[in-house]
Design a protein around this ligand. Structure first.
Ligand SMILES: *Cc1c(COP(=O)(O)O)cnc(C)c1O
Length: 427
């Protein structure tokens, strides 16, 4: 039976058989026992499915991965120990020394550093493009060694909406897959695969968990990209893997080639698997994702509208506001709501912004976004402090930008806290 997303949030992934635990159990075990050495050998050869070591697969983690896979509509999903690891693996599964990534410049600061600073040291170059530029301009940045295009559905922290369909078309015209980080939208508000995206990534640390209890990531494979049609670009998928007795991922695993290689090669060699306990916590969050997203969006719309109408506020960026530059894209990709993150700037100095934040009562200054509690951050002084003002502007982060992650408390209380802090700072 085909199920709706809210049912999958609750029921997906774990289907107990007669007498089994109703709630997903925590298999807090590194190892799994087999009766014969032959059975174990088949597992190692990827000939049989089963668990043997939690770095590669664990029943708790697998159940949660299956739920997220169903939510995004993919053919397979791998959970990682962080969102950073998810984006690293998603890119490095198809890139190697001498290749190139084309990434939107409006992305999370951690991903910007990963692609712009760390991967070049490993021999993978990156060019950042302006996702608001015409396709012909972005197309000029594609090189013979480019292996993927990367973007974020809703950028953190700017709240810019990525035109997934347009960039999928551009990527496919050049035989490249499109990778989209869907952390802020979540599959409740946008399913990038339906718009032509090939690989979806997540920091599950954010809305999916929703309670700020675990750091985690996910990679979902649409199964739609034809790696063999562009085999010369992706030899890692289309030619024999000597570290696996010469099996070829596309031949042996078909539509699941990409996601299988992530587990059997990258997870095997680099680690970064989540703990079963964290997968359990993530699953608890997922069970209410559909309810929480609805409330995050309605609260954030109220807060953004209040901010927009307040004379002490210089500007507000929230994609679901009709005045937003991204409203047309938000209506297309995020018709039911975008997310709870609102960016804004105050009239006055940078010091006024800091004073405003220090005067908030229950809205906490926290290096986090997208959980149940409303929190606030000044990227230029916190998360992005290693970037120059110029780099900040390049990444779509104004130096005066305040990132407010609207939680699921009572919206009047949230607005009242903002009001009282504003009154102490700006006239
Ligand atoms: C937080 C975040 C990441 C990194 O995730 P971690 O779980 O903190 O490693 C990646 N992408 C986006 C959009 C994020 O918000």
């Amino acid at each position: 039976m085909k199920k709706n997303l809210d049912t999958i949030c609750i029921q997906g992934g774990w289907t107990p058989t007669n007498g089994e635990a109703r709630v997903l159990p925590i298999y807090q075990s590194t190892t799994f026992k087999y009766d014969t050495s032959e059975h174990m050998a088949e597992l190692f050869d990827l000939k049989a499915e089963g668990y043997f070591y939690t770095r590669l697969a664990n029943p708790t983690t697998d159940a949660v991965a299956a739920k997220i896979n169903a939510l995004e509509g993919g053919v397979g999903c791998v959970l990682t120990s962080s969102g950073q690891a998810a984006n690293l693996f998603a890119v490095m599964n198809i890139c190697e020394k001498g290749t190139h990534v084309l990434a939107s410049k409006q992305i999370y600061g951690g991903t910007f550093n990963l692609l712009g600073t760390t991967l070049p040291k490993w021999g993978v170059e990156c060019t950042f493009f302006d996702p608001d530029a015409p396709s012909e301009e972005v197309e000029k940045l594609i090189r013979p060694n480019t292996r993927c295009i990367f973007g974020e559905t809703i950028s953190n922290p700017g709240g810019n909406v990525f035109d997934i369909e347009r960039f999928a078309r551009l990527a496919h015209a050049h035989g490249l897959p499109l990778i989209v980080d869907n952390t802020f939208a979540t599959p409740i508000n946008c399913r990038p695969i339906e718009w032509g995206c090939d690989i979806v990534t997540h920091s599950t640390t954010k809305y999916m968990d929703g309670h700020a209890t675990q750091v985690g990531g996910a990679i979902i494979d649409s199964g739609n990209f034809d790696w063999e049609a562009h085999g010369d670009l992706f030899p890692g998928l289309t030619t024999p893997d000597e570290s696996y007795h010469g099996l070829t991922y596309t031949k042996n695993f078909g539509k699941k080639a990409y996601i299988t290689k992530i587990v059997s090669q990258l997870m095997r060699d680099l680690g970064s698997s989540p703990s079963p306990m964290n997968s359990f916590l993530l699953n608890m969050g997922l069970e209410t994702l559909h309810l929480r997203m609805e409330r995050h969006c309605s609260n954030a719309t109220k807060v953004a509208t209040f901010l927009q109408e307040d004379p002490r506020v210089a500007w507000v960026s929230y994609p679901s506001l009709p005045t937003s530059k991204y409203y047309p894209l938000a209506r297309k990709y995020l018709p039911n709501g975008s997310c709870g993150v609102v960016a804004f700037g105050l009239k006055g100095t940078r010091e006024d912004a800091i004073k405003f934040m220090d005067n908030l009562e229950f809205i906490a200054i926290a290096t986090h976004v997208a959980d149940a509690r409303t929190c606030i951050l000044h990227p230029a002084s916190h998360t992005h402090r290693q970037m120059s003002d110029e780099q900040l502007l390049e990444a779509g982060v104004a130096p005066d930008l305040i990132r407010l992650s609207v939680g699921i408390e009572n919206p009047e209380d949230i607005i009242n806290d903002i009001k009282q802090a504003l009154s102490k700072v700006v006239k």
